[in-house]
Write a protein that binds this ligand. Structure first.
Ligand SMILES: *Cc1c(COP(=O)(O)O)cnc(C)c1O
Length: 371
């Protein structure tokens, strides 16, 4: 029996372990000095005025909608080809996600379809930097400016990516990152909101901390807030991960490069198109089967790979076909054919910093045999 090759894995060194242990030995496990330290390190890396750590990427998205005043009845245009949290965050306060289909090559929200989805209730656009490739933000901004829409960037999969030389996450009025262990860097659970907008930053700092004003009293709560705080334990881990981030990105580039080299001549698969003016930050390694395969064949290949100890998964099922989206928003099969056709044929292969050349060879060989 061959050993398991996992779909994803975190990259934790002794430096992270030491940093976490030091917090455990200190007096402050939360609301202590490691939070501002992590935020400053992160803001420095991204070049933003504010970085606000929180309990998850989902919490960060939720707080940004509150800070932007998006509420009941407001429509937000977004992509159905994403992780569920991006559009769920719109629903939390009564906003309505309005989906538009994606570009078949870049797998990102298709800016050419946004304008037709705008109604008098449209208030914002939520582009998602899917699989570590920035969405086409200049095209999105030109539409948003014309129609006076807010722009929030879901960059939870794209820390380290760039668009025309600018960091992903800094391309909207605010950007959100997530640090679940399958992301490029991790804090176990955690998230970060980045922005140059002082009003958004003020509100997010307050909302994450039970609606307190940053300089107000412990029992003064001028607005409805949440407990979306990160702990100092997580922040200490995050600071080391940010300091190691170039090394982490280089490992991910290495693994993706090996896959791409070995799959370059494989006509039965295609990869996401990376626009020339973008730098991808590899999040997952997803391949798309050609149109001659259907969903059942894709699922069969995934099952056989798994039975050989190769971690792999569908990535993503369309959001609009999740049962509660069909019930609440009336979405149906056939609404977004490009997303559905892609989603039926994508497969995420094992992808993490420690994959060896031999493991990648084993994955590619098994996959080719099943094709
Ligand atoms: C991971 C992810 C999130 C949410 O991040 P969590 O930290 O898990 O809450 C949001 N949007 C996208 C696109 C993601 O991939």
């Amino acid at each position: 029996m061959q050993s398991e090759i996992s779909l994803s894995a975190q990259d934790i060194t002794q430096a992270e372990i030491d940093a976490v242990v030091a917090v455990l030995r200190s007096e402050r496990l939360s609301l202590g000095p490691r939070i501002p330290e992590f935020e400053a390190e992160f803001a420095r890396r991204l070049g933003t005025r504010h970085a606000i750590a929180c309990s998850s990427g989902t919490a960060g998205l939720h707080m940004c909608w509150r800070a932007m005043g998006i509420g009941p009845g407001d429509e937000v245009i977004t992509t159905p080809f994403s992780f569920i949290a991006s559009s769920n965050s719109i629903l939390f306060d009564g906003g309505k996600p309005v989906f538009v289909d994606i570009d078949p090559q870049t797998w990102q929200i298709d800016p050419a379809r946004i304008e037709a989805a705008i109604t008098p209730r449209t208030k914002a656009v939520l582009p998602v930097d899917v699989f570590g490739v920035p969405a086409d933000m200049d095209a999105i901004w030109s539409i948003a400016r014309r129609h006076n829409l807010r722009v929030l960037e879901d960059s939870c999969e794209a820390l380290g990516a760039t668009y025309k030389g600018r960091p992903a996450g800094t391309l909207g009025e605010a950007g959100v990152f997530g640090f679940y262990p399958n992301k490029q860097m991790t804090t176990g659970e955690g998230g970060m909101v980045v922005t140059n907008n002082d009003d958004i930053a003020f509100m997010v700092r307050s909302l994450r901390n039970q609606g307190r004003d940053p300089d107000g009293g412990w029992l003064a709560h001028p607005r409805l807030g949440y407990n979306y705080r990160m702990t100092d334990i997580q922040a200490a881990l995050g600071t080391v991960q940010v300091r190691r981030f170039d090394e982490i990105l280089a490992q991910r580039d290495r693994v993706a490069g090996l896959y791409r080299e070995r799959l370059a001549d494989e006509r039965r698969l295609t990869l996401q198109r990376i626009p020339a003016d973008c730098r991808i930050s590899w999040f997952v390694f997803v391949v798309r089967l050609s149109d001659s395969y259907d969903r059942a064949q894709r699922d069969g290949i995934l099952r056989k790979l798994q039975s050989q100890g190769i971690g792999c998964s569908v990535y993503f099922p369309p959001i609009h076909l999740q049962p509660f989206y069909q019930e609440q928003l009336g979405c149906r099969q056939g609404d977004f054919p490009i997303t559905e056709a892609l989603s039926a044929r994508t497969m995420a292969l094992p992808f993490h910093n420690h994959l060896t050349e031999a493991e990648i060879d084993r994955v590619v060989k098994a996959l080719r045999a099943l094709l």
